[in-house]
Design a protein around this ligand. Structure first.
Ligand SMILES: NC(=O)c1ccc[n+]([C@@H]2O[C@H](COP(=O)([O-])OP(=O)(O)OC[C@H]3O[C@@H](n4cnc5c(N)ncnc54)[C@H](O)[C@@H]3O)[C@@H](O)[C@H]2O)c1
Length: 308
């Protein structure tokens, strides 16, 4: 049996996620969007790339959630992206309405799926999906930390002129200005980067990581990043379908972990066939814990506005 993945929202992130998923032959992909013709056109185009790529992934675009029925994973990218000068939080009310509509339809047709949430503001949208779907927390996962960590890894690799494969990094906390990059837990071939990069340079890399999304929005002007965000989605899907038990930073609903209760924040999780199989608690310094708490508080504030 082939796995089935639905991607809701066939814009930049959704369509590019479908591309990575199909190219990695992770399963058959259904693209959904409200804009008539867009998912159908992009789906057909991608399908026609498969003989060239030698991949047996079937892709179909649709407006009708009936086509998504029985999906194993549903990735939600529907929503409005940022424009220059906007923060992710500015998208709250409009994307809340979209998320409510989407989650209702997804749950109706795929009651046993694992949800991967991408729409911003990420943590608040993941919380919306969690509350409205009534799924267990293992099956609602927010994508942000992998992207933020990948940005950090790319900048470190550039700075040290080493392979990106050698660089591991952890960025925790909410997906926003309060994200918490952890240089202490970031390494190059096992060597802590704090021993390889002087503090001033490292601080600059940390700041560039925090502003990583805005830097791209400023260049693009009419939208936000999508290649790296959708590659991060594919990594999560692969970890789940291949039951890899991979430790990745994702937004998860915390129930006391890291001293936070009742909200989504980015933490290291173990991703496997059941979704989030474990939340890994690492020791934080008082400063890191304070930054983490600040991040959680800002997520809670947003969730209070939309009452989730
Ligand atoms: N979590 C992250 O790290 C991360 C990274 C990048 C983008 N994002 C977020 O992902 C979202 C999508 O970004 P994008 O660049 O693909 O935007 P986009 O505008 O290119 O695509 C969004 C798509 O959603 C569709 N849509 C809107 N309402 C819908 C509904 N009710 N049902 C189905 N589809 C609907 C739109 O028609 C559009 O095609 C944004 O909210 C963006 O901020 C998050």
């Amino acid at each position: 049996m082939r796995n089935k993945i639905t991607v809701v929202g066939s814009g930049n992130v959704g369509a590019t996620a479908a591309h990575w998923l199909a190219a990695k032959e992770l399963g058959d992909v259904v693209l959904i969007d409200i804009i008539e013709g867009v998912p159908q056109g992009k789906g057909l185009d991608l399908l026609q790339a498969m003989p060239i790529e030698k991949r047996d992934s079937f892709i179909k675009g649709s407006q009708d959630y009936a086509d998504s029925a029985g999906s194993d994973i549903v990735v939600i990218t529907a929503g409005v992206p940022r424009k220059p000068g906007m923060s992710r939080d500015d998208l709250l009310n409009i994307n809340y309405k979209i998320m409510s509509d989407v989650v209702g339809n997804v749950v109706k047709y795929s009651p046993n799926c694992i949800l991967i949430i991408v729409s911003n503001p990420l943590d608040a949208m993941a919380q919306t999906a969690f509350k409205l779907s009534k799924f267990p927390r293992e099956r609602v996962i927010g994508m942000a930390g992998i992207l933020d960590s990948a940005r950090f890894r790319a900048f470190v690799a550039m700075e040290l002129k080493v392979s990106v494969e050698n660089v591991t990094a952890f960025v925790l906390g909410g997906h926003g200005d309060t994200m918490v990059p952890l240089p202490r837990y970031s390494t190059v071939a096992g060597i802590p980067i704090t021993e390889l990069i002087e503090k001033e340079k490292l601080d600059k890399i940390v700041q560039r990581t925090r502003d990583g999304g805005a830097e791209i929005v400023k260049y693009l002007k009419t939208g936000s990043a999508y290649y790296a965000p959708s590659a991060a989605v594919a990594e999560m899907v692969e970890a789940i379908f291949r039951d890899k038990k991979k430790i990745l930073p994702c937004a998860a609903y915390l129930q006391g972990e890291y001293g936070v209760n009742g909200c989504f924040v980015g933490v290291p999780v173990k991703l496997g066939a059941r979704g989030i199989e474990q939340i890994i608690e690492i020791k934080l310094t008082p400063e890191e814990q304070a930054a983490f708490n600040k991040s959680a508080a800002s997520v809670k504030e947003l969730c209070a506005v939309i009452n989730v």
